[in-house]
Design a binder for this molecule. Structure first.
Ligand code: ADP
Length: 460
C-alpha cells in the first residue's frame, strides 16, 4: 500500500480524499493556491504546500509544480480528485513517468474516453447503444447542416473535448444550425483548446442515468448501480439520487451490463462512470464515460456501504477487487443536493463571497461533504459549489422528507445560495412522483422561484 499520497485538488473533494487517507493510515500532502491558504484542505492536512497564485492555470493545473511537490515530499501516489488535472492524460502519464502511481486509469484510457466522438465509435463497436449522430467528427458548419438534415431535427452539437455542459448547442431549426455550430466550436476552443465537434440527435425529455463501475488490474469489472442526475441546470447536475425511479429491475440489469461492457471495451482500470440518456420510450444510449471520481459519488456510497475513494486507492495500489458482482448489495435510497454559491433567479450566476455563519444539519442518515466553515470565503477563482448534503433513508419518500428537514436546518448566512431552490424542488409534485426528466428544472423554474418569493414574503 502507498505510504504517502499527494492530493492534487482543493475544496470538498480534497477533504474527502484526506479522510480516506486517514482511515487507511496513509500520509497525505495537499497543495493550495495563495487564494486557498485558509481552505480546509490546506489546514486539515498534516503537510500542505503552496503551489502558486490563485488562477488555476498557475496552481492547480500547474503539472510541474505539483510533480515537484510530490517528489520533494516523498509521495508515492497522486490523487487528482475531479476537475483540474483529473482527466488530463498527459498528467497521468507524467505522474507514472516520475515513478509514482496515478490514482485513476492510464493515460491511454483517459485519452480514449476523453475524446467523446472516438468513445462513441468504440462503444458502437462493442454493441453499446449510442445516440444516432455523426460518424466521427464534423469539420465544418456546412457539413453539420448536411448531417443534421439527414438525421432530422432537433440535434445537439457537441464538443469532442467537452465537459460541464460547455461547447454544446441544441438546434431545432435548419436555419440556425450553421451559426450555432460556429458558436459551439468557438466556445469549445476557448474552454478546452479544441474545436473538434460532433453531432447527436437531441433526445427530448430524457433522463440522465449513469452507472458507477469499478475495475481492477486483473480484468475484474463490477457496477455499483445507477445514479439519476436528471435535475440539471444548463446541462449541469444539481441533485442526484439512487436508485432511479425510472428503472425497472430488468432495465437496470441491461444498463448495468452495458456499463460493464463499456468499461471492458475501454480496458478500464479504477473507478469510473458510464453515462447514458434514457429516452421516454425506454431506449438508452451511451453519451460519455467519466474517468474519475464524480461529485455525486456519495449517493452510491450510502446505498452500497462502500468507500469509493478507498477503492480507488486500493485499485491503484494493485489490489484486486474484494467484491464480485453478486456480492454487491443495495440498501435504501440516497439523495444528494449540491449547495452552490449562486443566484437561481439570475440565471444561476455565481455569487462568491464570505459565509459569515454556517450551521450544518446532522442527525440520522445525513452526511455533509463540504469545504465551508464560519468566515470562509468562497473564491471567485473556482467552482461555486460549497457543500453537498446527502440524505439516506430506507425508502425514497423518507429520503425526500429527511432531505427537506436537513435543508431546513442548514444555515448559510452572508452568501447567496441555491438552498431555497433545492428545498422547493423537494416539494414539487413532479419531483416527488419521481417522473422528472432533464427538462424538469427549466420547465418549472419560474414556479419554483415564485414559491421561494411567496415563502420569503410570509416570513417577512
Ligand atoms: P458534459 O461532458 O459537458 O457534461 P454530456 O455529454 O455528459 O456533456 O452531457 C451533459 C448533459 O447534456 C446530459 O446530462 C444530458 O442532460 C444532456 N445531453 C447530452 N447528450 C444528449 C442528447 N443526445 N440528447 C439529449 N440530451 C443530451
Amino acid at each position: 500500500m502507498f505510504k504517502k499520497i499527494l492530493i492534487a485538488n482543493r475544496g470538498e473533494i480534497a477533504v474527502r480524499i484526506l479522510r480516506a487517507c486517514r482511515e487507511m493510515n496513509i500520509d497525505a500532502v495537499t497543495v493550495y493556491s495563495t487564494a486557498d491558504a485558509e481552505s480546509l484542505h490546506a489546514m486539515f492536512a498534516e503537510q500542505a504546500v503552496c503551489i502558486g497564485p490563485p488562477r488555476a492555470a498557475d496552481s492547480y493545473l500547474n503539472q510541474e509544480a505539483i510533480l515537484t511537490v510530490a517528489r520533494a515530499t516523498g509521495c508515492d501516489a497522486i490523487h487528482p480528485g475531479y476537475g483540474f488535472l483529473s482527466e488530463n492524460a498527459e498528467f497521468a502519464d507524467a505522474v507514472r513517468a516520475a515513478g509514482m502511481a496515478f490514482i485513476g486509469p492510464s493515460g491511454d484510457v483517459i485519452r480514449k474516453m476523453g475524446h467523446k466522438s472516438a468513445a462513441r465509435a468504440l462503444m458502437q463497436s462493442v454493441g453499446v447503444p449510442v445516440v444516432p449522430g455523426s460518424d466521427g467528427l464534423v469539420r465544418t458548419a456546412e457539413e453539420a447542416k448536411a448531417i443534421a438534415d439527414r438525421i432530422g431535427y432537433p440535434v445537439l452539437i457537441k464538443a469532442a473535448a467537452g465537459g460541464g455542459g460547455r461547447g454544446m448547442r441544441r438546434v431545432y431549426e435548419p436555419e440556425t444550425v450553421e451559426d450555432l455550430f460556429r458558436e459551439a466550436a468557438a466556445e469549445s476552443l476557448a474552454c478546452f483548446g479544441s474545436d473538434e465537434m460532433y453531432l447527436e440527435k437531441l433526445i427530448e425529455n430524457p433522463r440522465h442515468i449513469e452507472f458507477q463501475i469499478l475495475a481492477d488490474r486483473y480484468g475484474n469489472v463490477i457496477q455499483l448501480g445507477e445514479r439519476d442526475c436528471s435535475v440539471q441546470r444548463k446541462n449541469q447536475k444539481l441533485l442526484e439520487e439512487t436508485p432511479s425511479h425510472a428503472l425497472t429491475p430488468e432495465l437496470r440489469a441491461r444498463m448495468g451490463e452495458a456499463a460493464v461492457r463499456a468499461a471492458r471495451a475501454a480496458g478500464y482500470e479504477n473507478a469510473g462512470t458510464v453515462e447514458f440518456v434514457l429516452a421516454p420510450d425506454r431506449q438508452f444510449y451511451f453519451i460519455e464515460m467519466n474517468t474519475r471520481i464524480q461529485v455525486e459519488h456519495p449517493v452510491t456510497e450510502m446505498v452500497t456501504d462502500m468507500d469509493l475513494v478507498r477503492e480507488q486507492i486500493r485499485i491503484a495500489a494493485g489490489l484486486p477487487l474484494k467484491l464480485r458482482q453478486e456480492d454487491v448489495t443495495f440498501r435504501g435510497h440516497a439523495i444528494e443536493c449540491r449547495i452552490n454559491a449562486e443566484d437561481p433567479s439570475r440565471g444561476f450566476a455565481p455569487c462568491p463571497g464570505r459565509a459569515d455563519f454556517v450551521y450544518f444539519p446532522g442527525g440520522p442518515g445525513v452526511r455533509i461533504d463540504t469545504c465551508l466553515y464560519n468566515g470562509y470565503e468562497i473564491s471567485p477563482y473556482y467552482d461555486s459549489m460549497a457543500a453537498k448534503i446527502i440524505a439516506w433513508a430506507p425508502s425514497r419518500l423518507e429520503a425526500i422528507r429527511r432531505m427537506r428537514r436537513a435543508l431546513e436546518e442548514l444555515t448559510v448566512d452572508g452568501l447567496r445560495t441555491n438552498v431555497e431552490l433545492m428545498h422547493q424542488i423537494l416539494y414539487h409534485p413532479v419531483f416527488v412522483r419521481g417522473n422528472y426528466t432533464t427538462a424538469f428544472l427549466d420547465e418549472h423554474l419560474d414556479t419554483l422561484l415564485s414559491w421561494i418569493a411567496r415563502a420569503e414574503e410570509s416570513e417577512a
